[in-house]
Design a protein around this ligand. Structure first.
Ligand code: C5P
Length: 225
């Protein structure tokens, strides 16, 4: 029948890196391109979902048919995700910086002659996935996290599922030889409470479409408030 599978469902997706300022001109960043998260937002929208994409700084266009909210830091990302709640599902694809500097200065740090390099004091950022997955009220019915690992991919993914309190972990091997970071293809394992499904290597759009279909399957028989 004509009704799209995710019609009327609200989904929040995070994507890209976060930037954590050191001073007005410098920041801490990582190599996430946002390709996989943006593809997931597009694939969910293609199934009729009402998607809010919370994106860190990326060099990608805003996907059509998706409400995109642009943020820089982890704390801004958490606030934007909370503002987009309630949702039926949430997919946390962003590579959130684990640490931010303890109070970025308002002025540019100066290289003083003979002064030596400054020490950065880092403090922990909020864990957005764990915060949402452990919400006492208004938790999305399905919370999906990602695990980018370079060793013991499945072992770490299973541990992460338990530690973060999410329903699924999409685990991928991002060791340099795989070319996943910034590349167009991805090899993922879907880790759920039931077990592990290893998917063949696909381009990131195909991974996104397959994941969107699985999300539609999971939400199919649920009742909504
Ligand atoms: O702990 P780790 O960063 O490996 O976990 C990755 C998963 O947790 C991803 O889904 C990522 O989007 C999410 N995450 C988050 N907030 C953080 C750190 C990670 O949402 N501060």
């Amino acid at each position: 029948r004509g009704e799209p599978r995710l019609a009327g469902r609200r989904v929040v997706v995070t994507s890209g890196p976060t930037h954590e300022p050191i001073d007005p001109v410098r920041y801490i960043a990582n190599r996430s391109s946002g390709k996989q998260g943006h593809a997931i937002a597009r694939a969910l929208a293609a199934l009729g979902a009402e998607v809010t994409l919370v994106s860190g700084p990326v060099a990608l266009p805003d996907p059509a048919g998706v409400r995109t909210v642009h943020v820089e830091t982890a704390r801004e990302m958490l606030a934007a995700v909370e503002a987009a709640m309630p949702s039926d599902a949430a997919v946390f694809c962003a590579a959130v910086a684990d640490w931010r500097t303890d109070g970025a200065g308002a002025e540019k740090m100066k290289k003083e002659a003979g002064g030596g390099p400054p020490a950065l004091r880092l403090v922990e950022n909020p864990d957005i996935l764990a915060t949402v997955a452990r919400r006492a009220e208004g938790r999305p019915a399905l919370v999906v996290g990602f695990a980018a690992e370079t060793t013991k991919v499945l072992e770490h993914a299973r541990a992460k599922l338990a530690r973060k309190g999410c329903d699924w972990i999409v685990a991928n091997d991002v060791s340099a030889a795989t070319g996943v970071m910034g590349g167009d293809r991805n090899t993922v394992h879907l880790v759920t409470g039931e077990g592990v499904e290893s998917w063949p290597t696909m381009d990131k759009d195909a991974v996104a479409r397959a994941l969107a279909e699985r999300i539609a399957d999971a939400l199919k028989d649920r009742q909504w408030v």
